[in-house]
Design a protein around this ligand. Structure first.
Ligand SMILES: Nc1ncnc2c1ncn2[C@@H]1O[C@H](COP(=O)(O)OP(=O)(O)O)[C@@H](O)[C@H]1O
Ligand SMILES: [Mg+2]
Length: 461
């Protein structure tokens, strides 16, 4: 090619440089330089503008006179997913669902087809990863999907032919599983490369915007946990959802990283079973189901997962040590935070933790990264070292400072409501939070303000 000159592009963010680089100057990724031909890129770019730029209305309008059409939201049949989306799938939106292999992306999407492909809406499921047989076999396991009336299947990876076949069918909703497997003939690089992902995503986005189709794209996740492909993909779509499986170990969690139609604080919880993903609408009930009252070293704890309060149990096992340096292990509580709280209890209350090993565990694999769980952790520790249970029906909310003071926390009302819903009758809250609380709202619940951990001690007996 005439004047062909090679440039290097970052595979993570798409930034280009004239020389090879070990670390990307823009996003800081290591070893992400890939060689691309500039002339070719140029030709692609000009072609792209002509071919697939989304056609938005391009007249000037008076803002006050402009009326929006109704942004119809379609329920996906999974209220956990609907909540993360901000109330359902918005028509002509493009959603990117990202997650590690095997987490259940294809399963989830096939399951929501059951509801989406009802009431006369056509859903086209495009798979570039699996054969028809594999998809059909999976659908057999999932209740109601096999008989979904207006669900269509296409196994294809060529973006032009997908678009052509979709035009013939004119679906209302399209699912592309996954964006890394589709390719465009006008780009020379391999499927999954930045140029390909960008080009294919653009053509799906313009299709969604021009024709009013809702599109869900599946995205792979790279070694570092980011979405494989250029960062621009995240900027191009309307919502980015992450499907993860670590936080509550035996469970799957979906969270929004970006959402143009809703909050990004919400999470959705699922459990993977033989018959696909089932929703977990009440995580607290599930996490507390095996709890035994009257056992020492245990205290209920409340953390906020987005806008939803989740109650779990924290356990502390304190045993006398046989080692010169006592052991401390902590599962679900930050190790340094646990050491700090133990030090506060040694210094301020004189407990001899230095002659004891301490094992901390949060039930259900939940991670307490909020300081509001401090008070519950300290009560579990005290109850553990004294070998005396905390009072039955007690839950503790509050941050503990270095002098043993209990500090105010956010969203205390939501936590109290959830605790009283689950039958807790004594709730320790920071004194500072008391002023704004309407205690009459919770009949039968004793809300006890505490200024410091000393004041919480009588509740362990
Ligand atoms: N017969 C089965 N019984 C229970 N779970 C299964 C079965 N087959 C697959 N799974 C679960 O489904 C997961 C694969 O889901 P899939 O939707 O293909 O993931 P992804 O599309 O994210 O790669 C597996 O990791 C496994 O946990
Ligand atoms: Mg899959």
């Amino acid at each position: 090619m005439k004047n062909a000159k090679t440039v290097f592009e970052c595979a993570e963010c798409g930034a280009s440089a004239s020389k090879w680089f070990g670390k990307c100057q823009v996003c800081g990724a290591w070893n992400s330089a890939v060689e691309v031909e500039k002339e070719l890129e140029k030709a692609e770019k000009t072609a792209k503008v002509k071919r697939i730029a989304p056609v938005y209305e391009n007249d000037v309008v008076k803002f006050s006179e402009y009326e929006v059409g109704d942004t119809a939201r379609e329920t996906t049949g999974m209220s956990e997913l609907d909540r993360v989306l901000g109330g359902g799938l918005v028509s002509s939106s493009v959603v990117l669902l990202a997650g590690e292999p095997g987490i259940g992306k294809s399963t989830l999407l096939l399951q929501i087809c059951k509801t989406l492909a009802s009431e006369g809406r056509k859903v086209l499921y495009v798979s570039g990863e699996e054969s028809r047989d594999q998809i059909k076999l999976r659908a057999k396991r999932l209740e109601g999907v096999e008989s979904a009336e207006s669900l269509y299947l296409l196994t294809d990876t060529n973006v032009a032919s997908i678009t052509e076949k979709a035009d013939k069918l004119s679906p209302d909703i399209m699912i592309i599983d996954s964006i890394q497997t589709v390719y465009s003939e006008s780009v020379s690089s391999a499927p999954g490369s930045i140029a390909q992902v960008r080009e294919c995503a653009l053509s799906f986005i313009s299709k969604a915007k021009n024709e009013g189709i809702s599109i869900i794209l599946v995205g792979h996740v790279n070694k570092e946990g980011g979405i494989a492909g250029p960062k621009v993909l995240e900027h191009m779509v309307d919502a980015v959802l992450y499907f993860e499986g670590e936080k509550i170990r035996s469970y799957r969690m979906i969270r929004a990283i970006k959402n143009r139609y809703g909050s990004t604080n919400e999470i959705g919880l699922f459990e993977m079973t033989d018959s696909g993903l089932t929703e977990v609408p009440n995580p607290s009930e599930m996490l507390l189901s095996d709890r035994r009252e009257g056992v020492s070293g245990s205290c209920a704890v409340c953390v906020m997962e987005g806008t939803r309060p989740v109650i779990a149990e924290i356990q502390a096992l304190v045993t006398s040590t046989a080692f010169p340096a006592p052991r401390r292990t902590s599962n679900g509580v930050d190790y340094n935070r646990a050491c700090l709280l133990i030090a506060v209890l040694e210094k301020r209350l004189g407990f001899k933790f230095y002659t004891n090993d301490v094992y901390l565990n949060v039930i259900g694999g939940l991670r307490l990264d909020e300081p509001a769980s401090d008070l519950a952790v300290t009560l579990a520790l005290i109850s553990g070292i004294r070998d005396v249970p905390v009072e039955s029906g007690l839950i503790a909310i509050g941050e503990v400072g270095l002098s043993g003071e209990v500090r105010a926390v956010t969203e205390v009302e939501k936590r109290i409501s959830e605790a009283s819903r689950l039958g807790f009758t004594k709730i320790l809250v920071p004194h500072r939070n008391m002023a704004k609380l309407n205690t009459e709202k919770y009949p039968g619940v004793e809300i006890i303000p505490v200024r410091s951990i000393y004041e919480a001690l009588p509740y362990i007996k």
